[in-house]
Design a protein around this ligand. Structure first.
Ligand SMILES: Cc1cc2nc3c(=O)[nH]c(=O)nc-3n(C[C@H](O)[C@H](O)[C@H](O)COP(=O)(O)O)c2cc1C
Length: 189
């Protein structure tokens, strides 16, 4: 016999799909001001061509920028950046300079105008290929033009060595996966 099932309230439904790893999406507005948004909702959507999607709330400043400029960078932060990640997820870049206030470094990207977040360990430069508004968020799908990571952090096929990526577990709860060399990236298994 199965377990007793209880209803999950509407406002908590998305939590059934957690934990999720946090990303910082960087972009640049029409006046040339760079912005950063913290996102829990991101995913790969195609191997070949490589594509990645981010889901951004309709009211976010980033939403407007992505619609206008059609490009963005998905940056992967680690636990040492948790304070900055939470800051970028709690104020809007409409009237604030989050790079400056968070003490994060905008560095030139290779193929897009949006800067990368220098302190992050990996970066996916994306050109918008599709956008789909679903309820109160839009899924922005990008063609990944360039993808790179800090040396020593990306090994074989995984982004784990020396990198404590941030998992959001619940509302204010964050954890990291501890790298487990020999198990996590054994190519034979
Ligand atoms: C841990 C965390 C995860 C978040 N995930 C998302 C998300 O997936 N999508 C989204 O639209 N906003 C998300 N937010 C909220 C935005 O980061 C926040 O509203 C931000 O201030 C918007 O900035 P902007 O107006 O400069 O675009 C998240 C915030 C936090 C702290």
């Amino acid at each position: 016999m199965g377990s007793v099932k209880v209803d999950v309230p509407t406002h908590c439904v998305h939590r059934l799909l957690y934990p999720r790893s946090l990303v910082l999406v960087s972009c640049v507005d029409g006046e040339g001001k760079a912005n950063i948004i913290t996102l829990a909702w991101s995913m790969p959507t195609s191997f070949n061509p490589p594509k990645a999607a981010v889901s951004v709330g309709l009211g976010r400043y980033t939403h407007r920028i992505l619609e206008e400029t059609r490009e963005f960078v998905v940056n992967i932060p680690t636990m040492r950046l948790l304070r900055q990640v939470l800051f970028c997820g709690s104020v809007s870049g409409r009237r604030r300079d989050k790079f400056k206030e968070a003490g994060l470094t905008p560095q030139p990207a290779r193929r897009v105008r949006a800067p990368i977040v220098g302190e992050c360990v990996a970066h996916l430069e994306c050109k918008l290929s599709q956008a789909l508004t679903t309820g109160d968020h839009t899924i922005f799908v990008g063609d990944v033009l360039e993808a790179y990571a800090d040396q020593g952090v990306f090994r074989e096929k995984y982004l784990l060595e020396n990198a404590e990526i941030i998992l959001q577990v619940g509302e204010g709860d964050f954890q990291s996966l501890k790298p487990q060399p020999g198990r996590a990236w054994s190519p034979k298994t």
